[in-house]
Design a protein around this ligand. Sequence first.
Ligand code: 3AM
Length: 175
Amino acid sequence: VAASPARLFFALWLPPAVAQKLHRQAGGIVGKSGGRLMREESLHLTLAFLGDVPERRLPELHRLAASLSLPRVPVRLDRLGFWRHNHIVWAGCGEAAPDLSALAAALQKALVAAGFLDGERAVTPHVTLLRKAAHPGELPALPAQEWSAGELVLARSWRTDRGSTYEPIARWPLH
Ligand code: 3AM
């Protein structure tokens, strides 16, 4: 079998209860904005997008992730927003989230050093709820959703006729 590349990214997955709340909120917005509702079980916060990684480099990527000693991180999502440039409705942080940014930066630095990323990119922490949305008008308030993220997730993005779907393929504890 030819070693085909996989489209990969590292992310924090949402606890099921938080994913359920956000998915419900998004369900209340889609009537106004249209667009595609992300599946509840696929809701995540991206830390580093790798793009295509050759299958043969996967063991190395797993070893790298396992060797990192990254701290658990508090996450607080307390606002909904819409970005015109990519037409997404998202849940994110009203305040800067230094711990989350530091986690993304530390992870990206290790990925750059190992040649899995070309360079570090600032992350604006957010959870995509709707894609291909039109301007939704005024968005409802989001009751703050807080948790302590204890796992780094490596996920695969599959392109399908109905957009991308996301599948967690490995998890490592944050300490
Ligand atoms: O976390 P979200 O859903 O906002 O938009 C893609 C998705 O972000 C992003 O990686 C996440 C998982 O697919 N993504 C896709 N292509 C990208 C690229 N070329 C990208 N991020 C940066 N550069």
